[in-house]
Design a protein around this ligand. Structure first.
Ligand code: NAD
Ligand code: UFG
Length: 337
């Protein structure tokens, strides 16, 4: 039986694919290369020794989805495909509702037509919005404050309604905290187009000399050193969380939302310090004004993942900064180099 991995050529999807293939799982990737390239498939083959089964296409193409599900005997879906730039989502919300929400509805319709009942969905800690308390537990109220977060929250609600209507369905939304790091081989990692929005890819581009200095967005928050605190999670731990979610869904029906985070946070300055001391590379930085829409601090209550999935993070911040740097330094131009 096959797992359909939408968005499997992307940053998180490709790491999941490597892990799943290394465990002998059978899968097919569907990706339209909107934010990735065929080079990723070569890297996966290089790392695992298996050329992944791949279909180039869009999750909004229902005829294609039903054909793939039928021909490949798909039993479950891991749905990574979507757009993820928070800033862009405020400028172009319809792009986000179209790809993230409509794309997920088409996927659910195709699953219903083909009798595919299990779904793992890439959700985000962004669904919570301003923390009423820290750490976020899964029953913290959801109040996202940008269209990207709203799109994730809407898909969660749609999944929950679908499961309520059909008790045979088994679906899990995994709310990722801040994924960083790369495959330990150094052959796969995050390869954002243009100037990175996120902290770790910005740091590695400064380290490799492509960007001059990191802007630290605010040092006057009510945190340990005034800079923003996040719950960073190694992408390989995150990948393992998806394997556990699939195992859970093979034995349980219904809908669940589960945080995937370490359960503690690091400030921006602590991440910089870890990067410098583990890798022996200096990261020049300037303190800049706060970034619009940023929150001071949040991290996960990760106890539900332990209870339901027997999952917790194993890799440390030192592993994360080391693997991010190995990837960037060995592939200064990302997959294009
Ligand atoms: P990514 O952009 O690297 O990967 C997404 C992949 O989906 C890309 O390969 C892209 O080409 C593909 N894709 C996009 N739209 C598609 C469509 N309509 N049809 C087929 N393929 C399509 O992003 P990522 O960081 O790997 O994130 C994966 C998922 O996790 C996304 O849904 C994202 O919103 C979610 N997420 C990411 C983070 C993060 O910080 N990276 C945090 C929380 C949640
Ligand atoms: N930061 C800087 N300088 C930068 C980039 C980021 O100081 O150049 C700071 C931010 O202000 C924040 C921290 O580093 O305090 C982390 O910022 P990121 O942009 O790396 O991550 P966010 O927490 O803003 O958001 C990320 C993803 C979202 C996802 C969320 C889940 O971008 O898609 O994590 O927690 F939903």
């Amino acid at each position: 039986m096959t797992i359909l991995v939408t968005g499997g050529a992307g940053y998180i999807g490709s790491h999941f694919v490597c892990l799943a293939l290394s465990k002998g799982m059978k899968l097919v990737i569907l990706d339209n290369f909107d934010n990735s390239s065929a080079q990723v498939l070569k890297a996966i083959a290089d790392v695992t020794g298996v050329a992944p089964d791949f279909v180039e296409g869009d999750v909004r193409d229902k005829a294609l989805l039903t054909r793939v599900m039928t021909e490949k005997q798909v039993e479950s879906v891991v749905h990574f495909a979507g757009h993820k730039a928070v800033g862009e989502s405020t400028q172009n919300p319809l792009k986000y509702y179209d790809n993230n929400v409509y794309g997920s509805v088409v996927l659910l319709q195709a699953m219903a037509e083909c009798g595919v009942r299990k779904l793992v969905f890439s959700s985000s800690a962004t669904v919570y919005g301003v923390p009423e308390f820290n750490p976020y537990t899964e029953d913290h109220r959801k109040k996202p404050f940008n269209p990207y977060g709203q799109s994730k929250s809407m898909v969660e609600d749609i999944m929950e309604d679908a499961c309520r209507a059909d008790p045979g369905l088994a679906m899990m939304a995994l709310r990722y905290f801040n994924p960083i790091g790369a495959h330990p081989s150094g052959k796969l990692g995050e390869d954002p187009k243009g100037i990175p929005n996120n902290l770790m890819p910005y740091i590695t581009k400064v380290a490799v000399g492509e960007l001059k200095s990191l802007g630290v967005f605010g040092d006057d928050y009510d945190t340990v050193d005034g800079t923003g605190v996040r719950d960073y999670i190694h992408v390989m731990d995150l990948a393992e969380g998806h394997i556990r979610a699939l195992e859970y869904l093979s034995a349980h029906s219904g809908y669940e939302a589960v945080n995937l985070g370490a359960g503690h946070g690091y400030s921006v300055l602590q991440v910089i310090q870890a990067f410098e001391s583990v890798n022996g590379v200096a990261i020049p930085y300037d303190v800049k004004p706060r970034r619009d829409g940023d929150l001071a601090a949040y991290w996960a209550d990760a106890s539900k993942a332990l209870r339901l999935l027997n999952w917790k993070t194993r890799l440390t911040i030192d592993d994360m900064v080391r693997d991010s740097w190995v990837w960037q330094s060995e592939n200064p131009g990302g997959y294009g180099a």
